[in-house]
Design a protein around this ligand. Structure first.
Ligand SMILES: Cc1ncc(COP(=O)(O)O)c(C=O)c1O
Length: 376
């Protein structure tokens, strides 16, 4: 299965080099339990059958693609080795996928590590962080811990970043999350381009939910790193690739900027299992396409059902939705948990909005049933 997907990766990229360079890093060591491997099913596990329905962490309920699971089992044979070659190989794959040199990529222990490195490198005393409110909070937390002032700029009325208020000459770092967590909204591409063209400071654009966005108003800013020496783009394998537990993410930026991030990093933070799974995940374009389709279908259904009952969702471009409940959400979140459905936490900037991850259809039916019972 691994060999097959490597071949399709080669086809996908139209390059024999992809196949040639993929082999060595994943070469099986002597300790791999061959019998155990073949005895195990290849199907992706997901939420346990019993227990609460977990719609709180924007995970992918379908998990990784089968080839990624198999690659993690195979990587047991390389567990005794430091991950340098495997990391180089994944960086090579990323370089081919995105059409950029390999030294424009820095791998992280999840994109969380990339966010922390950016905060450590560019925010601190006298170098404030400019971020949105609400948005993913970890960069602000790291910047504050580094002694930086944090300026939070409320999203605009359409839940886009209010970019005209986010350019600050004294900022060390501007953080933009697009699509944004927790609102699932996007900031229009023309405004993103104009902002990045003029930004006086380093800008970190977090594209964790990139694969789920299908609006004509959205685009990835990744190609702009070619001409923008102050732009860092963060991506993760935790969402569409279903590898949240394996921990793998990456930054894309020009090498001089990336060096400032890597200067803050510990060595070898990404393990051989995640690296092996990452390579197979990139090779399986069909898993991404299927994930997008499944997510879009579930999203349309849930948003429609909620609308039918009078609850308006912010247009979602992600694998979660956020909608107005018309009441303080804290008791609702607790009551749903009591009924076995875990949803997102309360966000102080939007105290009557609920964030719900899009799970499998049956999980969403359960959510809709319990939510209806509590709001009837
Ligand atoms: C916007 C955003 N960025 C980054 C992350 C961190 O992801 P990870 O560290 O798993 O790559 C998350 C996690 O949910 C997120 O929502």
């Amino acid at each position: 299965m691994a060999a097959l997907s490597r071949r399709s990766f080669g086809k996908l990229l139209g390059s024999g080099m992809a196949v040639a360079t993929l082999r060595p890093a994943l070469a099986k060591g002597p300790a791999a339990p061959a019998a155990g491997r073949s005895a195990r099913p290849a199907a992706a596990p997901s939420a346990p059958a019993a227990g609460p329905v977990r719609l709180s962490a924007n995970e992918n309920p379908y998990g990784p693609c089968p080839a990624a699971l198999e690659a993690m089992r195979e990587a047991c044979g390389s567990a005794w080795r430091y991950p340098d070659e495997a990391a180089d190989a994944l960086r090579g794959d990323l370089a081919r996928l995105h059409g950029l040199p390999a030294d424009w990529f820095l791998l992280g222990d999840g994109s969380s590590e990339i966010l922390k490195l950016a905060a450590s490198a560019f925010a601190g005393p006298g170098r404030r962080l400019v971020t949105a409110d609400p948005t993913f909070e970890s960069v602000a937390a790291h910047a504050a811990a580094a002694g930086a002032e944090v300026t939070r700029v409320p999203l605009d009325a359409a839940f886009a970043h209010a970019l005209s208020k986010m350019a600050a000459p004294d900022a060390g770092l501007v953080y933009l999350c697009n699509p944004n967590n927790p609102t699932a909204s996007v900031t229009p591409k023309a405004r993103m381009r104009a902002f990045l063209d003029a930004a006086p400071s380093v800008v970190l654009v977090d594209e964790a939910y990139h694969h789920y966005a299908d609006s004509a108003d959205y685009e990835s800013v990744l190609p702009l790193v070619k001409t923008n020496a102050k732009l860092i783009v963060a991506r993760t394998f935790s969402k569409i690739y279903g590898l949240a537990g394996a921990r793998l993410g990456y930054a894309i930026a020009q090498p001089a900027l990336l060096e400032k991030l890597s200067a803050q990093a510990a060595a070898d933070t990404v393990n051989v299992f995640a690296l092996a799974a990452g390579r197979e995940s990139l090779a399986d374009a069909s898993w991404v396409a299927q994930g997008r389709t499944r997510n879009a279908q579930v999203r349309a259904h849930v948003v429609g059902e909620l609308a039918r009952r009078g609850f308006a969702a912010i247009p979602s471009q992600a694998n979660f939705i956020m909608f107005e409940t018309g009441r303080e959400v804290r008791p609702l979140i607790a009551a749903l948990a009591e009924r076995g459905v875990q949803v997102g936490r309360r966000f102080p900037a939007l105290p009557t909005h609920l964030r719900v991850t899009l799970g499998k259809p049956e999980q969403m039916e359960r959510f809709l049933t319990e939510f209806a019972a509590l709001t009837a």
